[in-house]
Design a protein around this ligand. Structure first.
Ligand SMILES: Nc1ncnc2c1ncn2[C@@H]1O[C@H](COP(=O)(O)OP(=O)(O)OP(=O)(O)O)[C@@H](O)[C@H]1O
Ligand SMILES: [Mg+2]
Length: 408
């Protein structure tokens, strides 16, 4: 069974939301609704997240990522559609049952850490357990272990403001891990951090994930972060999920010219793997292995094949987890795979299910930058709309943190 399932989720803010859903179902455009003062923040979103997966939701500002996430733990009630958690529909739980699910099974990690300034690092990390009514000695033990996992051993007695931003976010992560929740919801959790620290946190999350195997929904607007972390990635645009797939699916088979334009900055050599680009072995396996400069695993990123391919004319051998020879990557194949970016973009433009107004000129970097800037500007009125309704974007997070915190 999937751990988490979203079925045709809609969230509409403004007047007559049910009516707006019916209109969207029958093909009315989001912009038309906006003219009536109604914001369709999430439109017909469906996906499944398997246990142990990192599911990344990626999209520009205003595309509906946070709204989607907040429906997953019941902070927002969907206008239509359902959220199933371990098969149970959480959209129709009583408030008491929902609080129980939220405190025991789901944890959130916020962008701005949301730590309590007057609690020690240990008390912050133990907070979720306190809400659950766990005894002091047990919660201190579990929080200490969780801080250790996050690299904060020795900092238990410190105050949050004595810690750097990266360390504060480790406390946020430790707090989420301490409760043993199966599902972690992370909204731009690393976006406030400096690039190097951010990379460290990504590494740490991937490392922790190897042993903890949580189910994680991770929101980001950073494509490289999405590609590094995501087992599955959903790309959102204007409230809709426009493509879901592995990073390789999205890179090699972008579903529209919008997605293709989005992925052009990605360093393909770090995302594509030997297994994804290899060719069938020519000749006897033993001879291929003997001639190859090296044998690599299927998961080896292409960036690690450069020096191997440069050093020898024979192809690099590729083996599966059992050590069986499954393919080879020649120098030509390596270069072709890296050069296929433009082909992918052009294909998407030809086959594309491009919505009108979606026509981003593909393949030419500076044009694409302009296109993306344009799209970002498109997103701006959303923030204005929010402000007009008296909701400042940063307030959302503070409200969530408070609501989660006052769960008891
Ligand atoms: N409480 C609210 N009331 C009215 N409109 C809202 C509310 N919350 C979100 N919206 C609108 O819904 C749309 C999606 O917002 P959301 O915050 O989900 O986007 P996002 O992808 O998380 O953006 P960001 O990257 O800036 O965090 C926006 O148009 C936003 O203005
Ligand atoms: Mg957001």
């Amino acid at each position: 069974m999937s751990r988490l399932q979203a079925e045709h989720l809609y969230k509409v803010f403004g007047r007559r939301p049910d009516d707006a859903v019916r209109r969207l179902e029958s093909g009315t455009d989001r912009d038309e609704l906006r003219a009536d003062g109604t914001t369709a923040a999430v439109i017909d979103a469906s996906f499944t997240v398997e246990p142990g997966q990192i599911f990344v939701v990626m999209g520009l500002s205003g595309s509906g990522k946070s709204t989607l996430l907040r429906m997953l733990n019941g902070l927002l009630e969907p206008t239509a559609g359902r959220v199933l958690f371990d098969g149970e529909d959480i959209t129709h739980l009583s408030p008491r049952k929902l609080r129980e699910v939220r405190s025991k099974k789901i944890s959130m990690v916020f962008q701005h850490f949301a730590l309590f300034p007057h609690r020690s690092v240990l008390e912050n990390a133990a907070y979720g357990l306190e809400v659950q009514g766990v005894s002091r000695s047990e919660r201190e033990e579990r929080a200490t272990e969780s801080l250790r996992l996050c690299g904060l051993e020795g900092w238990e007695k410190s105050w949050p403001d004595e810690l750097s931003g990266g360390m504060q976010q480790r406390v946020g992560l430790a707090r989420a891990l301490a409760t043993d929740a199966d599902l972690l919801l992370m909204d731009e959790s690393f976006s406030a951090l400096d690039p190097l620290i951010r990379r460290d946190m990504q590494d740490q999350l991937l490392e922790l994930q190897k042993t903890l195997k949580k189910t994680i929904v991770f929101i980001t607007h950073d494509l490289n972060e999405a590609m590094r972390l995501g087992d599955q990635i959903a790309v959102m645009r204007d409230g809709r999920i426009v493509q879901t797939g592995s990073s390789e699916d999205i890179l090699v088979r972008p579903a529209s010219d919008y997605v293709a334009s989005f992925i052009q900055d990605v360093d393909r050599s770090r995302v594509l793997t030997a297994g994804a680009v290899m060719e069938p072995v020519e000749g006897a396996a033993d001879a291929v292995r003997a001639a190859a400069p090296a044998t690599v695993g299927k998961d080896t990123p292409l960036v690690e094949l450069f020096s191997l391919c440069a050093a020898a004319d024979a192809p690099v051998a590729v083996a599966d987890a059992a050590g069986e020879l499954v393919g080879q990557v020649s120098r030509t194949r390596l270069l072709t795979a890296l050069g296929e970016e433009n082909a992918a973009v052009e294909n998407a433009a030809v086959e594309g299910d491009a919505v009108e107004g979606d026509a981003v000129e593909p393949a030419v970097p500076h044009q694409r930058d302009e296109a993306l800037t344009l799209t970002k500007q498109d997103a701006k009125p959303d923030a204005d709309a929010k402000a007009a309704e008296g909701v400042k974007p940063d307030e959302d997070e503070a409200n969530d943190a408070e609501e989660v915190a006052t769960n008891a």
